[in-house]
Design a protein around this ligand. Structure first.
Ligand SMILES: *Cc1c(COP(=O)(O)O)cnc(C)c1O
Length: 376
């Protein structure tokens, strides 16, 4: 590939922080760089949140599910259109996922649908233990009504903010601060990266303490190794956290760059039959990936035609997440919705959106799409 969907984008200062970790020999899953990285994310998010650095976003979700009390056999209600890492931890817990559709006005979980389903589940005493909506492509879920439903029905809320660090819900409320816990990812293709890593963010000191305990093999206080439960080796490496310190310094610039890329796509691909993911009034999406849908009736081509044409020119684009209820793994799993997500998967495409993409590179992507459309 010459032009990538989303690549790691270093500020140039990360190596100096990594060197500091080496100088102090904290080549370990704990250390001052990890403390500093957690503190910088906590300070950025504000509101006195607790942040626990972990080896991945999936690990963060696994711990969050366990710490809010999800047990084998419980139901977890979850956005169907999301990445596997935002789903598989439900299976690690032996819990049963129920998949929910998106609201076409926001492409995030359909809150009205969820509310109706909770109301009828409450009547039959079959409420889920937790709901896990995703901030899709960097756009916040509709947090206020979700938090209201969570407290009304006593159902735990874990927000998957893996793609939305640097974004905000309405009134400037930052993504990553929602629910009983939120999860972040610092995988190589996300807004900022630690080469691999994640974080659990919560207002609850108990959940944060529990995450630190479980992520370091559940060691009870004792001079020897004493265990009253089982844990995991899930802590973020101190060396990787050092990369994160440098990345946090440029987070807002990275989001601004992705938003500018999105604005240019919208301005220059203002073509009948091409639509963009809507951004509700007052939201501030990280625009992690710019996503379009292509109406074959109006354009004469499909999103697949665009993807294959771009691929011929070594330009990476990708279909939207294939909804989980369409995956062979989950055949027969309950799905609630009217297939808004299926339609988005059929017609959608993620365009190159990396914050390090050059103006000329984006210009080439745009020109090639326009040329293809002109040929029809
Ligand atoms: C990336 C991602 C995850 C998982 O994060 P990892 O750090 O790759 O484990 C979970 N959910 C969503 C929506 C993601 O995009």
């Amino acid at each position: 590939m010459r032009i990538w969907l989303s690549r790691p984008h270093m500020s140039g200062r990360e190596e100096a922080y990594v060197a500091k970790a080496f100088e102090s020999n904290f080549i370990a899953p704990l250390g001052p760089q990890l403390d500093a990285f957690e503190a910088s994310v906590a300070e950025y998010l504000g509101g006195g949140v607790h942040c626990v650095g972990l080896s991945s976003g999936s690990a963060a979700l696994h711990l969050a599910l366990r710490l809010v009390g999800v047990e084998a056999g419980d139901e977890v209600w979850i956005s169907s259109m999301t990445f596997a890492g935002g789903i598989f931890p439900v299976l690690y817990m032996g819990a049963t996922p129920v998949f929910f559709d998106l609201d076409p006005k926001s492409w995030t979980i359909d809150v009205a649908l969820l509310g109706e389903a909770l109301e009828s589940a409450a009547k039959t005493g079959k409420l889920p233990k937790a709901i896990v909506p995703t901030d899709l492509y960097g756009q916040s879920v509709d947090l206020d009504p979700l938090e209201a439903l969570s407290s009304k029905y006593g159902v735990k809320l874990i927000v998957d903010s893996a793609e939305s660090l640097g974004a905000a819900y309405t009134n400037g409320r930052k993504c990553g601060t929602g629910g009983d816990a939120s999860i972040l990812s610092f995988n190589g293709n996300k807004i900022i990266t630690t080469s691999g890593g994640g974080m659990l963010v919560t207002q609850s000191k108990d959940i944060a303490d529990g995450a630190r305990f479980l992520a370091t093999q559940a060691r009870d206080p004792a001079p020897h190794y004493e265990h009253s439960t089982f844990g995991y080796n899930y802590r973020l490496s101190n060396v990787c956290a050092a990369i994160g310190i440098g990345q946090m310094e440029v987070l807002e610039m990275r989001v601004a760059a992705r938003r500018a890329i999105n604005e240019r796509y919208q301005a220059e691909l203002n073509i009948p039959g091409i639509s963009f993911m809507p951004e509700p009034e007052g939201y501030y999406s990280s625009k992690w990936l710019t996503t379009i849908t292509v109406d074959p009736q109006q354009t004469g081509i499909s999103s697949k035609n665009i993807r294959e044409m771009l691929m011929e020119h070594q330009i990476e684009s990708r279909p939207l997440w294939k909804p989980m209820h369409m995956q062979p793994l989950f055949s027969g799993t309950r799905y609630v919705g009217s297939r808004v997500d299926e339609n988005l998967f059929d017609t959608g495409l993620c365009l190159p959106s990396g914050s390090d993409m050059l103006d000329a590179e984006q210009g080439e992507v745009i020109d090639r799409i326009k040329t293809l459309l002109a040929k029809i």
